[in-house]
Design a protein around this ligand. Structure first.
Ligand SMILES: [Zn+2]
Length: 127
């Protein structure tokens, strides 16, 4: 017997997946339920790990005021000897890079707004 799967779908229609054995497809065969469950759990874990990583990144984004406070704290610690100067230098270098990246992004946005206002630039060409 090599007809289609006999299991009805949630919508009440007959399943159109390819026949696997015993009148069921691979998605409906009771013998494969444990394997399907394990795959669903693995898929869910991968999905929640991605979501957690994304949230962690968002939580780590600091405002300029946060960076300012962090660097002022570092300056105090370096000057009182409670932080290694090279750690303070690394923090200052990273903060400078972050500020530079944000500044160029800000300039890009302002330039785009000016181009739109002037009727030139990328947006006008698209429209
Ligand atoms: Zn099926």
């Amino acid at each position: 017997m090599d007809t289609g799967c006999t299991s009805p779908t949630k919508a009440g229609k007959s399943c159109s997946a390819a026949h696997y054995k015993d009148g069921y497809c691979r998605w409906h065969h009771p013998e494969l339920e444990a394997q399907r469950q394990a795959e669903r759990v693995a898929g869910g874990k991968a999905k929640s790990n991605r979501a957690r990583a994304k949230k962690q990144l968002a939580d780590q984004v600091m405002s300029i005021a946060d960076l300012d406070a962090l660097l002022c704290d570092a300056l105090t610690k370096v000057s009182t000897g409670t932080m290694e100067p090279n750690v303070g230098s690394a923090m200052a270098g990273l903060a400078k890079t972050i500020v530079g990246i944000r500044a160029s992004g800000d300039i890009e946005k302002r330039l785009e707004a000016l181009e739109v206002a002037a009727g030139v630039g990328t947006i006008r060409r698209i429209g």
